[in-house]
Design a protein around this ligand. Structure first.
Ligand code: NI
Length: 264
């Protein structure tokens, strides 16, 4: 499997969980735009058998290199991003829930999930898009969501892209985030308003916005329930003093973007 095949597989899985993303993508194409992907975000737990490194492994085989790290104290998350030497390739942003900081209940539930994953799944080339490799009840999902929306999202959906991101800069008609946001909203897709619709400023070298994840039916061991799936993000990058576009992330913006999978 090569990098493009894995990215294609991830896009296909993502569109199934987030039909709105495909619709928005196609709306841009219909407007004559070429849509480039700025980054893909993945979520996991910092359990010894999992963590950033297990999701990053396949991307490092493809030549991706670990870059900056980010801390989200309140949400108990740690994250890092990876870049490919070929700058047209999307960055990979991986976050993990810090289990030593959560309640014994969450830790115990995560341990139960992790115990059900065969090593072969974690070692597989397609681990980043394997979906949920454990049994999960809606009751446990709901209990987890009370303490950590992030934990409940991973519990329900497993390992797969949490979001793809439209790179705003190369767009012709929509290369201003306010114009883009207006277009998305007018087409009927609600945006994440936590911290304002636009997160970050040119002074941060990164402006971001995102849709709110729409609810999708998910099969649990105690029935099918509609819960938030994935969202679509939009990122406008600004040049630094050296003239190069900033490639990193802004923790205080990402902190709010995480809330795009909250229940509306
Ligand atoms: Ni993102």
């Amino acid at each position: 499997m090569n990098a493009q095949q894995l990215l294609d597989l991830m896009w296909k899985d993502y569109c199934q969980l987030n039909p709105a993303a495909k619709k928005i993508h196609d709306l841009f194409v219909a407007e004559g735009e070429t849509v480039l992907n700025d980054h893909i975000a993945l979520r996991t737990f910092d359990h010894p058998r999992l963590g950033l490194k297990t999701l990053a492994r396949q991307f490092e085989k493809f030549g991706y290199v670990a870059k900056d790290e980010y801390f989200f104290v309140e949400k108990k998350l740690y994250a890092k991003h990876w870049e490919h030497p070929d700058e047209t390739q999307p960055k990979i942003f991986i976050s993990e829930l810090q289990l030593e900081k959560v309640s014994p209940f969450v830790r115990e539930q995560v341990n139960k999930m992790v115990d059900q994953i065969p090593d072969s799944v974690i070692q597989s080339e397609t681990f980043s898009v394997c979906g949920r490799p454990w049994k999960m009840s809606y009751q446990t999902y709901s209990e987890l969501a009370k303490e950590s929306e992030y934990a409940s999202w991973v519990a329900a959906h497993g390992f797969r892209p949490n979001h793809f991101t439209v790179f705003i800069n190369p767009l012709k008609k929509f290369n201003d985030i306010l114009t883009l946001n207006k277009f998305i909203t007018a087409k009927g897709f609600p945006l994440n308003k936590s911290g304002g619709e636009v997160k970050g400023t040119p002074a941060d070298f990164l402006e971001q916005s995102s849709t709110m994840a729409s609810e999708i039916p998910v099969q649990f061991s105690d029935g099918t329930h509609s819960i938030p799936g994935c969202y679509y993000e939009f990122a406008r990058r600004y040049p630094m003093a050296n003239g190069k576009l900033y490639q990193g992330f802004v923790a205080k913006s990402a902190d709010k973007i995480f809330e795009s999978t909250n229940k509306m």
